[in-house]
Structures are given as structure tokens and as C-alpha cells.
Ligand binder design. Structure first.
Ligand code: GTP
Length: 336
């Protein structure tokens, strides 16, 4: 099966990290986020992935010059301008020649990490004769998401983007879809079109949209909190055996304390410093006596002596936090 991964967004919620690196190329433990999405699909029979690129497209091509990732053939297409989710699907479908071997294809938001069983979804899609099938996941607070109401057999009755409480259901669009080529005909070419706000509602009217309610590991890695969560889940063993967070190629002083954190290759952590619940990217330096709590230190950045970086702070690539500074829930450099 072929898949389109939507990876062209600006990732504004993860700025300043995404000013220099597109969201799906940000590292999660030891690999770019993209590789979790691609290897998940490869495990379910996807053998060609079309990357629907836009923002910082060169970073993707540079990382996979041979056109392969996680054992899968990669095809890169770049929108001339951001076309939004459905516009990107149509553009990628046509520009990559997917129509040459028509059949059901998969579409996923490239910032979703999930253990979804695509085979189960495909079974529903085929047996229902659906035009498209959406993966749904159950959440406590659906107000930030697209909420989906289905019949007992899985046919979608209602699709409500970011509902006012009380939401009609706690099942939300989880960002993975199976689509038949007919969906492409519903999308206008050459303009921004949203799959959630424009395409799915028309399919609900035509009774051709289905959904699979399937609670499994799922994370939408769009926010700083979720970006840290993706890494801590690996350390905590929430996705298989727990893994070590400190790279063998990092340099950690014996007098430093590192708890439940990722410290990537080439990073240096000095004496008396504390790193907890955080991610320290490649080549970053945490100087002696500094504290980093629940935060991300971008690659090559420095946290100066005795500085305190806490509460979801994001430090951009190569930025220098002056010694003794206190940053809480901050984005530095500022003004981005
Ligand atoms: P924020 O700016 O933080 O909201 O992030 P984002 O730009 O990634 O937006 P969002 O998380 O809502 O996007 C969902 C998925 O669609 C992500 O994987 C994006 O990369 C992708 N995406 C959003 N808009 C476009 C677009 O215009 N073109 C392409 N190719 N992908 C897009």
C-alpha cells in the first residue's frame, strides 16, 4: 500500500525549535520523529511513502538522500505554497503519480506516533465499502480536536471540529485515514482545502465516511508537552521495553544528576547540574550547577552556569542562556 504523510506544516507551537528544524525532523530519543511514523506504517504493509512537504523541505531530502527510510521507499513532493491538509493530499497524490496504481491509500499526519493496527482499519474500510475511514481515539478532553460521532456499525454521523462543551462524543479524529481515489475528486486543486473542515463533512452528508474506534498508543506530537511526552514514554517503557535516555556519546559529569531525561549524542552535562523530565539535544551544553526541569534544550545550545530552565521552556538551536538566568515556561530566543 502507498501512504501520504503530511509533513509540510510550520509547527508554530514548537517554535523556536521548528524555526531551524521542521517538526517531523526534530529528534525523539535517537531518531527524527518522522521515522517513528514511517516504521509504524512499514510494519503494516506500507511500502511507499509520499512525503507532502512544504516548510523546510530540504531538511527531509538531506536526511534521506537515498530516498529510503525505515526500509520504505520515500517520494518527496513539495507544494508551491501551503495547501492545507486536503490540498496537500491532492497535490501529493497527483505529483507522486500515485494514481498510476490506483487503490486504497493511507494518509497520516506526520506528527502522530501510534501503534494503530492498519490491518484492522483496512478490514473495516473494505467490508463497509467506505470511501474513507478515519482512526478515532478516545480522550478525556475533546474540545481541542475534531470530534466524531458514529453509528453502531462505524458509519460517521457527525464531524465537529473543536466543539463547545459538552462535546457530542469523546472520540476524536486521530489523524490517520484510509482513502479511496474518489476522495481526490472532492478536493479543489490549487487552493487551500482542509480535510477536516471541508472534505469529511461532505462525505458525512453522502454517508460514505466510516471510522474505526481503536484505543492504542497514540500521541499527537504538536505541543512542547507532547514532544517531551513522546520521549519519556520510551524511557518509561510505554512502547515496549524501557530504553536508556542518556546516549553513550554524551559526556555527563559524575557529579551531575540526570533523572527521566534524554541526553543526546555530543551533549555535555557539567558537575552539580540537575536534568529532570527534559530533552537535551545533540551537542548542547549544560554547564556546572545549572538546572533543567521539564524543558527542551535545542542542539548546540548552552545553559550557563547556575541557570534555571524550567516548566516547559524551549531553548532554540545554538542559543546561549546566560549564567544565573531563570527561565520558566519560556521560548528563547524570544520574539518568534
Ligand atoms: P502548528 O503550527 O503548531 O499548529 O503545527 P502544524 O503546522 O504542523 O499544524 P498541524 O499540527 O495542525 O498539522 C497537522 C499535520 O498536517 C502536520 O503533520 C503538518 O505538518 C501537516 N500540515 C499542515 N498544514 C499543511 C500544509 O499546508 N501542507 C502540508 N504538506 N502539510 C501540512
Amino acid at each position: 500500500m502507498q501512504a501520504i504523510l503530511l509533513v509540510g506544516g510550520f509547527g508554530t507551537r514548537l517554535r523556536p525549535l521548528t524555526l531551524t528544524t521542521p517538526k517531523q525532523m526534530l529528534p525523539v530519543l535517537d531518531r527524527p520523529m518522522l521515522e517513528y511514523a514511517v516504521s509504524g506504517l512499514a510494519g503494516h504493509g506500507v511500502d511507499r511513502v509520499v512525503l507532502a512537504l512544504g516548510y523546510h523541505d530540504a531538511a527531509f531530502r538531506a536526511a534521506y538522500p537515498g530516498g529510503r527510510c525505515a526500509g520504505v521507499e520515500l517520494c518527496c513532493v513539495v507544494e508551491p505554497e501551503p495547501l492545507d491538509t486536503a490540498g496537500a493530499i491532492r497535490f501529493a497524490y497527483e505529483a507522486s503519480g500515485m494514481g498510476d496504481s490506483p487503490g486504497t491509500f493511507l494518509v497520516a499526519n506526520g506528527d502522530v506516533i501510534t501503534d494503530l493496527d492498519v490491518g484492522e482499519m483496512l478490514h473495516l474500510h473494505r467490508s463497509a465499502g467506505a470511501e474513507a475511514t478515519i482512526h478515532l481515539i478516545e480522550v478525556d478532553d475533546p474540545s481541542r480536536y475534531g470530534v466524531v460521532v458514529t453509528d453502531r456499525d462505524g458509519r460517521v454521523r457527525e464531524f465537529v471540529e473543536k466543539p463547545q462543551p459538552p462535546a457530542p462524543s469523546n472520540w476524536i479524529n486521530a489523524g490517520t485515514y484510509l482513502m479511496d481515489p474518489a476522495v481526490i475528486g472532492r478536493i479543489d486543486g490549487g487552493r487551500r482545502v482542509s480535510v477536516e473542515r471541508e472534505v469529511f463533512p461532505t462525505m458525512v452528508e453522502d454517508r460514505t465516511l466510516w471510522a474505526l474506534c481503536h484505543n492504542t498508543y497514540w500521541l499527537d506530537v504538536g505541543t512542547p508537552k507532547a514532544y517531551l511526552q513522546a520521549q519519556l514514554d520510551l524511557l518509561d517503557g510505554r512502547r515496549g521495553p524501557a530504553v536508556a535516555g542518556v546516549s553513550a556519546e554524551a559526556s555527563v559529569d559524575a557529579g551531575a544528576l540526570i533523572e527521566r531525561s534524554v541526553v543526546m549524542a555530543g551533549a555535555v552535562v557539567g558537575e552539580g547540574s540537575v536534568v529532570r523530565g527534559s530533552a537535551v539535544h545533540e551537542g548542547a551544553v549544560i554547564e556546572a550547577g545549572a538546572t533543567v526541569l521539564d524543558s527542551v534544550v535545542g542542539s548546540g545550545a548552552t545553559v550557563g552556569r547556575g541557570a534555571r530552565v524550567t516548566d516547559g521552556t524551549l531553548i532554540g538551536e545554538r542559543f546561549e542562556v546566560a549564567p544565573g538566568t531563570a527561565l520558566s515556561d519560556a521560548r528563547v530566543p524570544q520574539g518568534v
